[in-house]
Design a protein around this ligand. Structure first.
Ligand code: PGA
Length: 252
């Protein structure tokens, strides 16, 4: 039985004050949430304050990126141990906005992933095709390239600590969600790759989140898919009530 994860990616939104107010509001409502894990991903500047506010609660804290080196002359970057020091337990890696805005490659994703694992952080690794790639019928091939490149050289036991987020680029921030069936089909492709590379047991236990215009109105249908183990939520995670409605997705 895979425990679902509902994770909020706040991107470049929220001051420290706004981020803490969100957590204070969400905390009591998720106190008894046993059906899923709840993660929020504030910008770097608010990590420490959010981790302090979330301490002892059901809310885990994710950074949105990290550098693979332990320290060094890397202006503007943040190391794995700095994230631990700030109270993070999770880190988002390879988000499409980083791949596109910063030219992040599968190889860099791989370096970041290994650094995160070595530090004991739980990586949430994002993969997904662009609209052009989908329309060219290349979705499965792109997922395979990102999977093999991003997860190269991992041991099965390292792989077992990873969460994958399938985020079709054309669905991010566009209001265009993949249909639950489309998402499930891509999840199945990823799970098959996981089975081939890291064994059937790991594939069966792997949590694959869907991301791309997830909101309270569509989370129920997405979560009804056996293949979908949670969501990585951008826009709809910025408001505590909206995020809570997603956390409390309909279930029977
Ligand atoms: P969105 O973003 O929910 O605003 O589409 C998802 C993401 O980028 O993780």
């Amino acid at each position: 039985m895979r425990k679902p994860v509902i994770a909020g990616n706040w991107k470049m939104y929220k001051t420290i004050g706004e981020a803490v107010a969100f957590v204070e509001k969400l905390k009591p409502s998720v106190e008894r949430a046993e059906h899923c894990e709840v993660v929020v991903g504030p910008p770097f500047t608010a990590l420490r304050a959010v981790a302090d506010a979330a301490r002892g609660s059901k809310i885990a804290v994710a950074a949105q990126d990290l550098h693979w080196n332990k320290q060094g002359a890397h202006t503007g970057n943040v190391s794995p141990s700095m994230l631990l020091d700030a109270g993070c337990t999770h880190v988002i890696i390879g988000h499409s906005e980083r791949r596109h805005d910063h030219g992040e490659t599968d190889h860099q994703v791989n370096l970041k992933l290994k650094a995160a694992l070595a530090a004991g952080l739980v990586p949430i690794v994002c993969v997904g095709e662009t609209l052009e790639e989908r329309e060219a019928g290349a979705t499965d091939r792109v997922l395979e390239r990102q999977f093999l490149g991003g997860f190269a050289g991992l041991t099965p036991s390292e792989f077992s600590r990873i969460i994958i987020a399938y985020e079709p680029v054309w669905a991010i921030g566009t209001g265009r969600t993949a249909t639950p069936e489309m998402a499930a089909a891509s999840h199945a492709v990823l799970r098959k790759l996981a089975s081939k590379e890291f064994g059937e047991g790991n594939a069966a236990a792997l949590r694959i989140l869907y991301g791309g215009s997830v909101k309270a109105e569509n989370i129920g249908k997405l979560m009804a898919q056996e293949e979908i183990d949670g969501a990585l939520v951008g826009g709809a995670s910025l408001d505590a009530d909206s995020f809570l409605a997603i956390v409390n997705y309909p279930r029977n």
